[in-house]
Design a protein. Structure first.
Length: 349
């Protein structure tokens, strides 16, 4: 396992991070513990979760993911010190429904602190290594949206300074070591850094955004912004909800989130996605690789990726995803990947 420094922090994180958003919906507590045991034994020291998990989000299951990690962590800590793990969670933002979370989640000071306290309790830990804003308080194109529209701006969105002040309070209290953002834009990253420097508040160390073969939006603007501001990219959805495993090409009715949950993954239901996935699927087969191996190996190799968040519902998937770190793509394969990208540029963007 390769480890890398997160932003300007002291955190050394594994280049593979264990994603957990299936725990409590598609995975039982026992299955979650099995995955955690395997990943940590393989050298993964980085675990990512969120207060709203599992997905699809609903009142009946909210918080179960953190609870399952917490029950595992309670036993793990009997044998290992807490500082051997990097545990990250996220506070839910507004305007996505989920009224069962604090009556409708907001990113004001009171709610950020309450959310963190609740996550700590569920996780059975005194502190989070990384606490992230799950999505912005303001309107931005995300989760399949493409364009920014000023007319859709939210009224009374808490200012970035207020959000940072709340996070600063958590850092000073020892409940959070470092902070990050998720689903952010170039302007958002720059503004978080600017406000933090101006107000002497904590700097963001990471951005957790979607990045994969069919959505390379990070390449445009954010790559430079994050490089210059020393903000590390944590990639989520590297297999595009399983599409880049190729299983839906071979069998459109394959079991998975795209078929199990109605309207789930609509961000990937765009006209040119299927032809692009099919092209990558054929390329992988031509080189004796599974599509998942190729897709993950490509993400793992990108110079600005600090860690890639992988999620799995079966142990076989988890083993394959972790093993993909050993796959080295030849210059010929990389050139063919780029050729497909040029023909069908980020169709899920």
């Amino acid at each position: 396992m390769i480890y890398t420094r997160l932003g300007q922090s002291e955190l050394e994180v594994s280049r593979i991070c264990l994603g957990t958003m299936t725990y409590g919906e598609q995975n039982s507590e026992a299955q979650a513990h099995e995955q955690l045991d395997y990943a940590v034994a393989a050298g993964v020291n980085f675990i990512d979760t969120a207060e709203m998990y599992p997905v699809p989000a609903k009142a009946a299951t909210q918080g179960l993911t953190e609870q399952y990690i917490g029950s595992w962590l309670k036993n793990w800590l009997k044998k290992q010190p807490r500082d051997q793990l990097v545990i990250a969670s996220k506070v839910a933002g507004p305007n996505r429904g989920m009224d069962w979370i604090r009556g409708g989640p907001q990113l004001n000071r009171e709610q950020i602190i309450a959310a963190c306290d609740a996550s700590l309790k569920r996780l059975n830990t005194d502190y989070l290594d990384l606490y992230q804003i799950h999505w912005p308080a303001r309107h931005v194109p995300m989760f399949g949206q493409t364009y920014y529209e000023p007319s859709q701006e939210y009224a009374h969105a808490p200012a970035i300074a207020e959000q940072l002040a709340a996070l600063d309070q958590l850092v000073r209290a020892g409940k959070v070591r470092y902070i990050g953002v998720s689903n952010e834009t170039s302007w958002g990253v720059s503004e978080f850094v600017k406000v933090a420097e101006r107000e002497n508040l904590p700097l963001i160390q990471s951005i957790q955004n979607v990045y994969n073969l069919i959505n390379r939006n990070f390449d445009h603007g954010l790559a430079e912004t994050c490089h210059r501001e020393q903000v590390s990219l944590l990639v989520y959805s590297p297999l595009a909800f399983g599409l880049l495993s190729g299983k839906y090409i071979d069998n459109p009715a394959s079991a998975g989130r795209m078929t199990q949950f109605a309207n789930f993954g609509s961000r990937y239901l765009k006209p040119h996605v299927t032809p692009a996935v099919a092209a990558y699927h054929e390329l992988a087969k031509a080189h004796g690789l599974s599509t998942a191996q190729m897709a993950l190996a490509w993400v793992y190799s990108r110079w600005y990726v600090a860690s890639t968040i992988i999620g799995a519902t079966t142990m076989a998937q988890l083993r394959e995803n972790i093993a993909a770190q050993d796959v080295v793509l030849s210059e010929a394969i990389l050139a063919e990947i780029e050729a497909i990208h040029r023909r069908c540029t980020s169709p899920a963007q």
